[in-house]
Design a protein around this ligand. Structure first.
Ligand SMILES: Nc1ncnc2c1ncn2[C@@H]1O[C@H](COP(=O)(O)OP(=O)(O)OP(=O)(O)O)[C@@H](O)[C@H]1O
Ligand SMILES: [Mg+2]
Length: 506
């Protein structure tokens, strides 16, 4: 438990950070005590990651000072922060994907024996940290072969191996399964019991309620206030963060659906070639795909979109008589996919917000061989407004946007194509609570205009709140379908774990 009379283990005073025209942080002061779990909250672009990068020596502040145990420090680089006991788990994965898990964990700090890298020790020690985070893979596995969730666990194991006194976790659970999340909570609680301080950033407020001893809130780069343990409640956090009222959760009202837009029969994906999938979706219908991580949900979407072409079965849309073999074929048939990992599949990081937003519509907007600048500007303006994208303007390079704002750009790019079938994989991953509502509203609006939506989500609330129908996957199969009235956490979990009833309405 926090010791209140010793100085903060880590403290910032009057820290500011300016990026050209953007003031990312403005006069922020805060400290963290030994054994305290401090949650830092704020909307997308509020300055959370920037503050963490400053604490971990990744960036230096434009103004202000950092103190460790009451002593002024200046971190010239990450190594110096590590030596002071501060370790950061980045929001975006930061691993060398062609190296093994063990090599990544000890990268730059390899234990040596007689001057040579001691691979036996790397394996032994890595195994210990992998066990702590509940990751059952060999330290020799190449990182690039692991799912994003597992890579995230490797990042966490790596941070644990630094024996930090202050561990900073920037959205550690955004790609973890429920089970992995629970293991991580166990790790955090253990660290706290050992006197380690944890700074925890998450848009999932339930996690914050469970873990945090104290919450501090940033808005537009400024410190707006803090909430102590006993007062940490969902509504208090939201109103401090957003500065306006946000309804607790968007609830979709039922409305009529149209003709069948998609029919899939005996479809087999390369990930689970032995398992056949059949279901259909109507215009204006929102279908939520639930299931545990690894159940084949993302693979189903990428197969419908043609990036991992089907190995068997049929798929029919108005203009397609078989499963698409390429994404281009799918896009031409009015099918688009908002992917799970924006960095890999959704964005061109070196291009501007405006260019990214109009990437998928470019072909349509060409006039006489020239890009229609007017159309490009219009798409940018519309999407920036609808999705509340926070940037310094349409010409800003996407790479420097905050994580959540990058996700909004991916979404905007695909929405601008006005699809007939919208596939979304974890559409609100890393999105703040206010903007989530906007995305839900938008999905509802699109459905109202006749767009069919199939979305994958690990957040049960999302499956409840948005779906007309839920399909629950288990080990590559659709274990069952649930009508709106039948969707409950229990029913979904039973099907997802393979203990539910036999396949029903799909
Ligand atoms: N290298 C950079 N160059 C220019 N602007 C930047 C840079 N890094 C961050 N910013 C800007 O600083 C602001 C704060 O970004 P930051 O990543 O800290 O937000 P965040 O609170 O972590 O948001 P999220 O919840 O979306 O992750 C944003 O407006 C972002 O675009
Ligand atoms: Mg961030």
């Amino acid at each position: 438990m926090p010791e209140n009379n010793s100085p903060p283990v880590l403290e910032v005073r009057h820290v500011g950070k300016q990026f050209q025209s953007v003031r990312a942080l403005d006069d922020v002061s805060l400290g963290i005590l030994a054994g305290e779990v401090l949650a830092v909250l704020g909307e997308n672009g509020a300055g959370k990651s920037t503050l963490m990068k400053i604490l971990a020596g990744v960036q230096s502040p434009s103004t202000g000072e950092i103190f460790v145990d009451g002593q002024l420090v200046v971190f010239a680089n990450v190594e110096q922060a590590l030596q002071a006991g501060i370790s950061l788990i980045h929001q975006e994965l930061n691993l060398a994907s062609n190296l093994s898990v063990g090599a990544n964990i000890f990268l730059g700090r390899e234990p040596r024996r007689f001057g040579l890298i001691d691979n036996c020790r790397i394996e032994r020690d890595a195994t210990k940290y992998l066990e702590m985070v509940g990751l059952d893979v060999s330290p020799r596995t190449i990182v690039g072969r692991l799912s994003i969730g597992k890579q995230q666990l490797v990042e966490i194991a790596k941070a644990l191996s630094t024996q930090a006194r202050v561990l900073i976790m920037d959205e550690p659970t955004s790609s973890l399964s429920q089970h992995e999340t629970e293991t991580l909570f166990g790790v955090v609680k253990n660290l706290r019991a050992q006197g380690v301080s944890v700074i925890y950033i998450s848009h999932r407020l339930r996690e914050v309620e469970e873990l945090a001893d104290r919450v501090v809130v940033l808005r537009d780069g400024c410190f707006v206030g803090q909430i102590l343990r006993d007062e940490i409640r969902h509504d208090a956090m939201v109103s401090m963060m957003v500065g306006r009222d946000v309804s607790k959760f968007y609830h979709r009202t039922a409305h009529s659906t149209g003709d069948e837009v998609l029919r899939v029969e005996q479809l087999r994906t390369p990930a689970y070639p032995a398992h056949a999938i059949s279901f259909s979706v109507r215009a204006g219908e929102i279908v939520g795909v639930a299931g545990l991580v690894g159940a084949g949900r993302s693979e189903l979407l990428t197969t419908l979109f043609g990036v991992t072409p089907a190995v068997g079965g049929s798929m029919k849309t108005e203009s397609l008589a078989r499963p698409p073999r390429t994404a281009r074929e799918a896009i031409e048939a009015g099918i688009v996919l908002v992917p799970e990992d924006r960095r890999l599949a959704g964005l061109v990081l070196g291009m501007s917000v405006k260019q990214n937003l109009s990437l998928a519509t470019l072909r349509r907007e060409m006039r006489g061989g020239f890009l229609n600048r007017e159309a490009e500007n219009r798409v940018c303006e519309e999407m920036t407004q609808q999705l509340r994208i926070k940037s310094a303007g349409g010409d800003q390079i996407v790479q420097v946007l905050s994580g959540g704002n990058q996700q909004k750009v991916v979404l905007g790019k695909w929405l601008a194509t006005e699809p007939r079938l919208l596939l979304m994989d974890e559409p609100t991953r890393g999105i703040d609570v206010g903007a989530k509502e906007e995305i839900y509203r938008l999905m509802h609006e699109l459905a109202g205009r006749g767009v069919a939506i199939v979305f994958v989500s690990s957040e049960m609330e999302e499956i409840f709140g948005l779906s007309d129908r839920a399909l629950v996957m288990h080990e590559g199969r659709i274990a069952g379908g649930l009508d709106r009235a039948e969707i409950s956490e229990d029913a979904v979990m039973q099907l997802a774990t393979g203990t539910g009833r036999t396949p029903a309405k799909c």
